[in-house]
Design a binder for this molecule. Structure first.
Ligand SMILES: Cc1cc2nc3c(=O)[nH]c(=O)nc-3n(C[C@H](O)[C@H](O)[C@H](O)COP(=O)(O)OP(=O)(O)OC[C@H]3O[C@@H](n4cnc5c(N)ncnc54)[C@H](O)[C@@H]3O)c2cc1C
Length: 360
């Protein structure tokens, strides 16, 4: 059932029309709230990290370098993405490109210790009942999973992992917001205070403000920083992966995420800098040579796009969800936006509903 806001519905402002803002605007509009979404840039072509990302949903791969809470939220997100991607497709008629076909990790023979090390680190962070999610695979099984990785003798298969095509999802969310009659304000940078949105000198009152401005929320989130990331998008008919693949390497890590029409998203650099200038030659060379080493047939792939953006990160690289009367904020999704957004949206939805019910 689709709900639309009535005249008496509580008025909620969502600041930031990136991944988190769109998801929350959708979830809260479904609850019958009267939503206004404020976005500093364009909604058709967002300037935030969400548009640049590769869209991997990798709770296990990310666990090695992050907290267990990220893993647990990631598992919850996978359940929600499965459910919500179906709902969004029903509402809008277009698929959002969610896939849960697992992911494969490989290392070249000389870097075999990287794979072993990764496996041990990951298993050390899992409970006994969770170890079955990590499967070491030898050449034959690896070939069955990913024929394009024929040159590798062993790998790891992480069956629960998934990915989502952000360049499909974000326009679908926008269309759904239009259908739910969410009021959309683009090219409209705002500041947030409890119960209040400031559009320049103009002050607007709401029953609740939800702050999802990513890096734009520095005025309210102490220590928020940007972490530069670069990805390439290549196209070839010569080689097609079936699922996200990670290459472990002592100096850098590459992932390759297959998309439609022979396209592959390759990423990502991670540089402690807020520089948003175009992709460097070094990053381009490292990413493309690592891709070439996965399968030499990538040599003739055409580079369609280079993308750069900064991930919004807190000092401990963990997300923050905070609520005070009249204001809820969610930020610091770092390199885990697609991994965490649905599970965090679920929490924020509860916080927001509690606040508007208290006011009723
Ligand atoms: C190279 C790269 C690869 C990535 N790959 C992955 C991946 O594979 N998997 C994964 O889970 N995550 C990935 N991420 C991380 C993910 O993109 C982010 O965590 C996610 O986009 C954060 O979502 P957000 O909505 O908080 O912020 P954003 O997506 O940055 O959105 C914030 C929005 O707020 C708007 N805004 C800013 N200031 C204002 C203002 N004053 N008023 C109104 N609007 C404002 C911005 O224009 C923007 O649209 C990647 C990121 C990068 C850069």
């Amino acid at each position: 059932m689709t709900l639309t806001a009535s005249k008496q519905s509580p008025r909620v402002a969502v600041a930031g029309g990136g991944l988190m803002g769109r998801l929350l605007a959708w979830r809260l509009a479904l609850r019958g709230l009267d939503i206004t979404l404020f976005e500093a840039g364009s909604l058709e072509r967002p300037g935030g990290a969400c548009w640049t990302a590769a869209g991997m949903i990798s709770p296990l791969s990310e666990l090695v370098h992050s907290e267990r809470s990220v893993y647990e939220l990631g598992l919850r997100s996978l359940v929600l993405w499965r459910e919500w991607s179906g709902c969004l497709q029903l509402l809008c008629g277009s698929p959002v490109g969610f896939r849960q076909a697992g992911s494969v990790l490989v290392a070249h023979g000389r870097d075999r210790s990287e794979l072993l090390h990764f496996q041990r680190e990951l298993q050390a962070k899992l409970d006994a009942g969770e170890l079955g999610q990590v499967r070491a695979v030898a050449a034959t099984e690896l070939y069955e999973l990913e024929p394009a990785l024929a040159g590798f003798e062993q790998g790891l298969f992480l069956a629960p992992e998934g990915d989502i095509d952000n360049r499909r999802l974000l326009p679908v969310l926008l269309e759904v917001l239009r259908r739910l009659r969410v009021s959309l304000r683009e090219e409209c940078p705002v500041a947030c205070e409890p119960f209040t949105i400031f559009e320049g000198d103009r002050r607007q009152e709401f029953e609740l403000v939800v702050d999802c401005r990513g890096l734009g929320a520095r005025d309210r989130v102490p220590g928020l920083r940007g972490v530069r990331g670069e990805v390439l998008v290549v196209e070839t008919a010569e080689v097609q992966l079936r699922r996200p693949v990670r290459l472990l390497h002592p100096r850098y890590q590459l992932y390759a995420v297959p998309r439609e029409n022979g396209q592959t998203v390759i990423g990502a650099t991670e540089i402690e800098s807020e520089d948003m200038s175009p992709t460097s030659l070094r990053s381009c060379m490292e990413l493309s040579s690592a891709l070439y080493s996965l399968n030499p047939a990538f040599a003739e792939a055409r580079i369609l796009e280079t993308r750069v953006n900064c991930r919004p990160a807190t000092m401990d690289n963990l997300p923050v969800v905070e609520g005070e009367p009249g204001l809820v904020s969610v930020n610091g999704l770092y390199r885990h936006g697609y991994l965490l957004a649905p599970a965090l949206a679920e929490r924020v939805e509860q916080l927001a509903m509690r606040q508007v019910q208290l006011l009723a």
